[in-house]
Design a protein around this ligand. Structure first.
Ligand code: HGY
Ligand code: MN
Ligand code: MN
Length: 415
């Protein structure tokens, strides 16, 4: 059985419209108006296919087929999903591919009246890109957040999660109650673009992902003293920007100190009050760090924290750190990887094993159920940019592998 290529590629283009900017990039931060409009469109699209959409307390959308679930609705389901929120000026495939392919697979299973042993559900995880916290929606399912933790979250634009979320109709109490007990999900599989150069360089159709990196992050706020730029001698200044700059320039060395697989990024910097003739009182930097090994990522996190303290104290400044709990690395599960491989072979596609340097909701799902991921090639390895592109033929091959995998994980043996 194959997906409907025309329908899948058409919905990918339709979803890309929400938040499309003049640069050809996508601005669709979670719970923004573009995200809300995209969710409304996606909900009606699903309902037109005869599917049902439920939204949990933190905004994860769970799409099911009442027709397919007759008599099996209470069994642990197979989930397949990804996200539709995007990084600022992001691409059109990172997330939407996995969401729309999962919905397309569900639609095809329904069209062919495939007899299932357990439900198959498509999922849209909220705030995967971590506007408020890395992998927010799936972290809430895997480890849960308290109301206090959710109330402390601040977005990259300085808005409080609590304000934006409630303005979008959310309820913090409900958001703090979405954690799933073990056994709720039978298995999970996510289709995603590779966001790197390997598949394209090797001319391969898909990757069977072996594992996902550990991700840590947080905000370091350096607190100095505002002074006049002209009348304050260089000695004795408490310039928050200099302390932050000293800290940031140390980070590549810390990553190398831990190992050649560690990475650290500082993509967001804020300075206050922000006058060219004012010595900055506050300088804030958001740090994102990763390693395929949870232990190495934890070690890097410790080095980053002490470097921030040193960079501040040597200038007589204070530094506040607001760090997220480390999201552990996730080895992906052999059962699901075998189902993916069997589907690849059945379609006669070429493939290889590949680890993921990007974070994904699947690393949270991996703590709840056997989980696997399928990658398709990214042109020039580009992602998190308007240059992000995956050819339609690769989109369709990935979705066909996903469909075969879901059949193997959920269909009754006779199917
Ligand atoms: O940051 C990541 O790796 C993913 O795009 N959220
Ligand atoms: Mn991304
Ligand atoms: Mn993604």
């Amino acid at each position: 059985m194959l997906v409907n290529a025309e329908r899948l590629t058409t919905t990918l283009r339709a979803l890309a419209r929400f938040g499309l900017n003049e640069d050809g990039g996508v601005d669709r931060a979670s719970f923004s108006s573009a995200d809300r409009q995209a969710r409304t469109w996606l909900t009606s699209w699903c309902e037109e296919q005869g599917l049902q959409v439920a939204v949990d307390g933190i905004g994860n959308m769970i799409v099911s087929s009442p027709e397919l679930e007759r008599g099996i609705a209470d069994r642990a389901p197979v989930w397949s999903g990804s996200h539709i929120d995007a990084v600022p000026n992001g691409g059109r495939y990172d997330g939407p591919l996995g969401v729309l392919a999962a919905i397309e697979c569900l639609t095809r299973l329904q069209e062919e009246e495939v007899s299932l042993e357990r439900p198959v559900r498509a999922v849209v995880y909220a705030d995967e890109e971590g506007n408020y916290a890395h992998l927010l929606g799936s972290s809430a399912l895997a480890r849960g957040f308290t109301v206090d933790e959710l109330s402390a979250l601040v977005g990259r634009d300085g808005d409080r999660f609590a304000d934006t979320f409630t303005a979008a109709g959310g309820d913090l109490l409900a958001a703090a109650r979405v954690r799933l007990p073990q056994g709720s999900i039978h298995a999970s599989v996510e289709l995603h673009i590779e966001q790197g150069p390997v598949l394209e360089r090797e001319g391969l159709d898909v990757a069977n992902v072996t594992g996902i990196v550990a991700i840590g992050g947080g905000t370091l706020r350096f607190l100095g003293r505002a002074d006049h730029a002209g009348t304050t001698p260089m000695d004795g200044r408490q310039d928050a920007v200099l302390a932050m700059a000293d800290f940031v320039t140390r980070l590549p060395g810390l990553a190398r100190e831990v190992g050649d697989t560690s990475v650290v990024t500082t993509g967001i910097v804020k300075v206050w009050p922000g006058g060219s003739n004012v010595v900055a009182k506050m300088a804030e930097v958001v740090v994102d760090y990763r390693d395929p090994s949870t232990e190495k990522a934890a070690a890097l996190g410790d080095l980053i924290a002490s470097a921030a303290q040193d960079a501040a104290h040597r200038r007589g400044l204070q530094v506040e750190s607001h760090v997220e709990p480390l999201i552990p690395a996730a080895p992906l599960h052999e059962t699901v990887r075998q189902a993916i491989q069997a589907s690849v072979q059945a379609h006669g596609y070429s493939s290889r094993d590949l680890p993921s340097g990007a974070g994904h909701d699947s690393q949270n799902l991996a703590t709840l159920a056997p989980t696997g991921m399928i990658f398709v090639p990214s042109v020039d390895g580009r992602s998190h940019s308007p240059a992000e592109l995956t050819h339609d033929a690769d989109v369709v091959r990935g979705a066909n592998v996903l469909l075969g995998t879901l059949m193997r994980l959920a269909a009754a043996p006779t199917a």
